[in-house]
Design a protein. Structure first.
Length: 376
């Protein structure tokens, strides 16, 4: 394992190392330009074989650079189709069969090189293949770099239920180099920024103000502001999962915006919203709920909503039926006994987790958001 001195320190300019303490030991999250080079210090020689799981177009663009930077040689490359359809038990069986045919054993290593789909799928395969092999996350989207690649949650979808079957299994290493983000579309890049905004709401004024000020210059190819914001957002995730690995308590705060967000995705069959966009709307709705419940000052609420809306245009929600959405909410895997545990902001830097939200308040908040009644 790579060595680490302290939980948060600087290396080579903007590259930063964060340490996560999990039930299976410590691992590092390396964030910033040059992060892939940390793979050189990782004990690759301890493994009988190393495999890379990725998407073809992504690997064609970045594979040579990754192998060069990480000094990775002779690793078989396994390709999966892009998109949520790859997060399935059928694909798990296919990938497991492919690495078995190529000689993978209990001392093999799987590198998940991609966004949230590849990361979730690769983590799940690694956590279950021969009852578990090691894996490394190399996130290539903003969402994955600040959120999904960190913390060891793996999952695949079953039917229309997102992430229904999964495990908690920490990676051995996470390598997040923002260089790879330059090949993202503008929409995909913005989608990830909604998760960074979520982390800013959770962490407090410092990161929130930094995103407010830096948002006009935040572009996938602009490292000046991007490195610091990505590292700051990743640090929030590291801090939370280090205290609650299996989502028994405080880790639930990371679900801010996800309750309605997942319902929006499911109601539109995962075709209208990118994940971050659905979470963006979910945060606006949660903020509106908090105002209606009297736990959030309207002025702060407007500031939160304004930042979410400044990230970029969000897909329409005016044509969706709130009754249909409310029907989906208790099916979310985060519901317990059919009760929804809402994450609602009380201020920038503090949220409340509560199951005591009347259905009528949730419905009214969604309708308010549809009609932009109060925050414009």
């Amino acid at each position: 394992m790579c060595s680490c001195h302290g939980s948060f320190w600087f290396l080579r300019g903007h590259m930063q190392r964060l340490r996560v303490i999990s039930s299976k030991g410590k691992y590092e999250v390396v964030v910033g330009r040059g992060a892939w080079r940390a793979l050189r210090r990782f004990p690759q020689g301890d493994y009988t074989s190393i495999f890379v799981l990725t998407e073809r177009a992504l690997w064609m663009r970045w594979g040579k650079a990754f192998c060069r930077e990480g000094q990775l040689r002779n690793a078989p490359i396994l390709f999966v189709p892009s998109g949520e359809t790859s997060k399935s038990l059928k694909m798990v069986e296919r990938v497991a069969g492919q690495i078995l045919e190529r000689g993978a054993d209990r001392r093999s290593l799987l590198i998940a090189f991609g966004g949230g789909v590849v990361g979730d799928l690769g983590g799940f395969v690694a956590s279950t293949y021969m009852r578990g092999i090691d894996y490394v996350q190399v996130p290539t989207t903003v969402v994955a770099q600040v959120d999904s690649a960190i913390g060891g949650k793996t999952a695949v979808n079953v039917g229309q239920m997102k992430n229904l079957v999964g495990t908690f299994c920490p990676p051995r290493l996470v390598l997040a180099d923002p260089m790879v983000l330059s090949s993202l579309s503008d929409r995909a890049f913005r989608s990830g920024l909604y998760e960074a905004v979520k982390h800013a709401i959770l962490s407090g004024p410092t990161l929130f103000k930094r995103i407010e000020a830096g948002l006009p210059s935040l572009r996938s190819g602009n490292p000046t502001e991007l490195d610091g914001i990505l590292a700051g957002a990743a640090k929030v995730k590291v801090g939370v999962v280090g205290r609650d690995e299996r989502e028994a308590g405080i880790r639930r705060v990371l679900n801010l915006g996800h309750t309605f967000g997942h319902a929006l995705e499911e109601a539109t069959r995962y075709r209208r919203f990118m994940h971050g966009e659905a979470i963006g709307w979910g945060m606006v709705i949660a903020t509106t709920m908090a105002v209606r419940l009297g736990i959030l000052d309207p002025g702060i609420a407007r500031r939160i909503v304004h930042l979410v809306r400044r990230v970029g245009p969000l897909p329409r929600i005016h044509d969706l039926d709130v009754v249909d959405l409310l029907r989906l909410l208790p099916r979310d895997k985060k519901a317990v006994g059919g009760r929804i545990h809402w994450v609602l902001p009380e201020k920038i830097g503090k949220v409340r987790i509560t199951a005591e939200v009347p259905t009528r308040v949730a419905a009214a908040a969604f309708r308010d958001t549809q009609q932009a009644k109060w925050y414009e």
